[in-house]
Write a protein that binds this ligand. Sequence first.
Ligand code: FAD
Length: 417
Amino acid sequence: NSNQEYDVIIIGAGPAGALAASLLVQNHLRVLVIEKQTFPRFSIGESLLPQSMVYLEQAKLLSAVEASADELGFQYKNGAIFNSSEQDSIFDFSQKLSEGPAYTYQVKRAEFDQLLAQKAQEFGADFAFGYTVKSIEFTPEPILTISHPKDDELKLHSKFVLDASGFARVLPRLLDLDLPSDFPVRSSVFAHISDNINNSSFDRNKILIGSHPQAQDVWYWLIPFADGTASIGCVAKPQFFDDIRNTEALDSDNALLLHCIQQNKRFGALLSEAEIIRPAQQLTGYSSNVKQLYGDHYALLGNAGEFLDPIFSSGVTIAFKSASLASDCLLKQFNHTPVCWEREFSQPLKAGVETFKAFVHSWYQGQLQQIIQFEEAPQNVREMICSVLAGYAWDEQNPYNQNTQRRLNALGELCAS
Ligand code: FAD
């Protein structure tokens, strides 16, 4: 209904959009979410971090996630295993320093995102599925032009717009906010499999991350789901995949992924009986940055702002954090309380993002891979690292959330000596 007046229009019904919609509508704002696809739809980003449970709870979404976990095949997750040179280093989230949940789930995003969107609708948010945001003008309030394959273009007015459009990055593109990422272009090939893992010592409650035996910037993930299926993927620079395609004469993404997975012996052994049930696809150049995370009458959430890298499964957690901070700011603003978006949204969001960023840099330099495998590290240091791996990157009690790069450098030297 284009005559309906909305306080906030949200572009995109992924985790950031659905969480923000839930928070805002429960606090009596009129919210419309515009989503270009129809749900359920596939998305990559399936391993959550325990920190994300805090935001789900805040938005009153957690009970629905817990209640649907069995039916939707959400896999209980309580840690991460890092495999390098045939050695496993196990982080159990119960050993984390920070307070808060020590478990989460690995989810098929089609079902997970649909569930969150359904709950947001039940709370009272309107959703327009199948509609694409094409352009925006600020008068100064936003007017969005949206299109639908079977409809004329519509213009919608609101007082504020949240861009939660993920990798499409609608506002950064329309408002020329894009900045290149700090990270080089990387690529990922991934698929869903029927994993057929019959090794009884394999722990399905943990994500498995494997390193390439020689190339320190190549790694693999195995994200088990609860129904005997799993998500697998390999991350490398595009040239790495191109070279393999050429030298091995591989003509499909499925063949490429299965070939790569064999490079890590642990993955090769575990997945010897695996069958691909959702064809492999390749995604390249997903890391991105922006000049600013907010402006007059808009803010950027989740991947529409900055996206780092998949290695620490931080994407959905950062998306939730941004939605939670922006919702707090908006509720104040609509309540006529002054808000400083820099101090109350951008800076606090970036504090945790910077921690993850330092972890990602250190991982690709090889330093963090050494630290993770260094079992003799003092117990309290492993607890601090474990906290960040569980997503608690905003916990000011953890020394590793400040001057992270410097601390990792110092720890790296200790491990190397
Ligand atoms: P999205 O979930 O992408 O949602 C954006 C929505 O906006 C989409 O539904 C889209 O259809 C809609 N949209 C786009 N354009 C328009 C438009 N013009 N009009 C209307 N709607 C529009 N994160 C994790 O937490 N764990 C992981 O294990 C993990 N693994 C990853 C692996 C890879 C290879 C990659 C690339 C990323 C991974 N991520 C992971 C990151 C994760 O995918 C994202 O961070 C997360 O999905 C971001 O959520 P979002 O709500 O910002 O955007």
